[in-house]
Design a protein around this ligand. Structure first.
Ligand SMILES: *Cc1c(COP(=O)(O)O)cnc(C)c1O
Length: 368
């Protein structure tokens, strides 16, 4: 039996006719840049998320960079975020010449701990970027409250959380801007790179759209420094089809997570916590596991796919030495980095495959 971390082909096969028709329509139209497919997908995504504006761009990484550029973030500025995230959150801060300032995480959800944010704010703080890690919301109300109190915009990194909600509302539209990724393994994945920025602020939407288009509203008239970041027309056509299946996809992931929870009951692992304020779409199903490195080696030897997101916190990464972090600075994050392990989870995962994965974990702890 082959088990995969994600199964993008299996998922595609089930909607092949719909996707192929959308792709061929774009190929036949000869319109490969922007055009009606991008506009239609943006409108559909905005409606789905309950936000006023959605702007397609080339990746989730670009979405973060464009959102920060729209707030004029640059050298000398500080941006508060979590050290326990995918590199893009922090890389884009660094690319703009600003400094990432980290706040430790909540041990249950792995998301930024709102109670520690205020202490990290300085006169240079220009944004707060909570990340909805693994597909679960950060606790937005206290984060928004501290942002409001200090007049600092909150930018959601919702790259892993398309379709997840907080207190009944979809993520992305809580902060000043929300950044989404359509990387193939994400909950709404395209067949290449893609991303989107969402907001309820019309002036900000206009500015972000302009930045994504070489800083111009009218072609060849450049008002601000911009970038070239578009959502491909082909990807938009594919995403439009897949958006119609997103709730069903997220439900399938949630069901798979529930099955793992049951299969792993009684083992020493800690299964993912679901905070009372939201739901979890399980972009990743991440355990805390005693003897993690030995379990990692054991699963490798047995050919069971798994991954560690993320083994090295960002405050101790060589590339971000400008933040001056060292081991010991963020103990909750460091402990998580040494304990987490993610199991295969996707829309095509079967109960049988899951019992093989869970069986190997049981076996490991029975022997250990
Ligand atoms: C995937 C991801 C990104 C970047 O998205 P890309 O589309 O791969 O550029 C940013 N932040 C987080 C938390 C992510 O998981």
């Amino acid at each position: 039996m082959t088990i995969q971390m994600v199964d993008v082909v299996g998922q595609y096969r089930k909607i092949k006719a719909e996707v192929d028709a959308a792709v061929h329509a774009v190929l036949d139209s000869g319109m490969f840049i922007l055009g009606k497919d991008v506009g239609e997908f943006e409108s559909a995504a905005a409606k789905y998320l309950g936000v006023g504006h959605a702007i397609g761009c080339a990746s989730g990484t670009d979405a973060l960079q464009i959102a920060m550029m729209a707030f004029g973030i640059g050298p000398g500025d500080e941006v508060i975020t979590t050290p326990f995230t995918f590199v893009a959150t922090v890389e884009t801060i660094g690319i703009l010449g600003a400094k990432p300032v980290y706040v430790d995480i909540d041990p249950a959800t792995f998301n930024i701990d709102p109670s520690r944010i205020e202490a990290a704010i300085t006169a240079r703080t220009k944004a707060i970027i909570p990340v909805h890690l693994y597909g679960q919301a950060a606790d937005m109300d206290p984060i928004l409250a501290v942002g409001k109190k200090h007049r600092i915009p909150v930018i959601e990194d919702a790259a892993q959380a398309m379709g997840a909600s907080y207190k009944g509302r979809k993520l992305g539209g809580f902060g000043a801007a929300g950044c989404i990724s359509f990387f193939p393994s994400k909950s709404l994945g395209c067949f290449g790179d893609g991303g989107m920025i969402v907001t309820n602020d019309s002036a900000l939407a206009d500015r972000m759209r302009m930045i994504a288009a070489h800083g111009s509203r009218v072609r060849y008239y450049h008002e601000v420094l911009g970038v070239n970041s578009r959502l491909d027309t082909l990807q938009a056509a594919i995403l439009r089809v897949k958006l119609g299946h997103l709730d069903e996809y997220n439900a399938a992931r949630r069901a798979a997570a529930g099955r793992y929870n049951a299969m792993l009951a009684g083992t020493p692992v800690t299964v993912p916590a679901i905070a009372s304020y939201g739901d979890h779409i399980f972009h990743q199903y991440t355990l805390r596991a005693p003897k993690r490195d030995a379990l990692d080696a054991y699963l490798k030897e047995k050919g069971i796919p798994h991954a560690i997101y993320y083994p090295v916190p960002l405050h101790v990464q060589k590339a971000f030495a400008m933040s001056g972090g060292k081991n010991g600075d963020f103990p909750v994050t460091e402990k998580a980095a040494s304990e987490v392990i993610s199991l295969p989870i996707h829309t095509e995962l079967t109960e049988e495959q899951q019992s093989v994965v869970a069986g190997a974990i049981r076996e490991f702890y029975a022997r250990a």
